[in-house]
Ligand binder design. Structure first.
Ligand code: DGP
Length: 113
């Protein structure tokens, strides 16, 4: 999508600290980290949010979560980590391209704010 920040990052048009890249999935460090490890895992395909997922995206979702698990292992998050996806303004979604926050390296609190 022409005007999407994360599409541009996935295409390499905007610089980011990439930590994973495949044909379907890209992962890069969050510009404003909220934990020692804070990585955004996204599909290359423009999907607005998890609210726009359909059953046809099952394989892609599997790759997204396998990527998250692989990165968590690489980052040494064996004691646990959190995966968050915000949907819509009330939840705090600021970029309208599906992304999973992979956060870890500190004790998380619950419930989230
Ligand atoms: P959300 O609020 O759930 O839509 O998360 C969007 C995240 O994207 C937020 O934690 C900050 C991050 N972010 C915004 N712009 C950039 C950018 O240009 N580069 C990187 N690496 N992260 C960004």
């Amino acid at each position: 999508m022409a005007d999407c920040l994360f599409c541009k990052i996935a295409a390499g048009e905007i610089e980011s600290e990439l930590v994973h890249e495949s044909g379907g999935v890209v992962a890069f460090r969050d510009i404003n980290p909220a934990a020692p490890t804070h990585i955004l895992v996204i599909p290359r395909e423009h999907i607005e949010s998890a609210d726009h997922l359909t059953e046809t995206k099952g394989v892609l979702l599997g790759e997204l979560f396998a990527t998250i698990a692989g990165l968590a292992e690489k980052e040494g998050l064996g004691d646990g980590y959190r995966v968050v996806t915000n949907i819509g303004r009330d939840a705090g979604q600021s970029v309208d391209h599906l992304h999973f926050h992979l956060m870890g390296g500190r004790q998380m609190s619950w419930p989230p704010g």
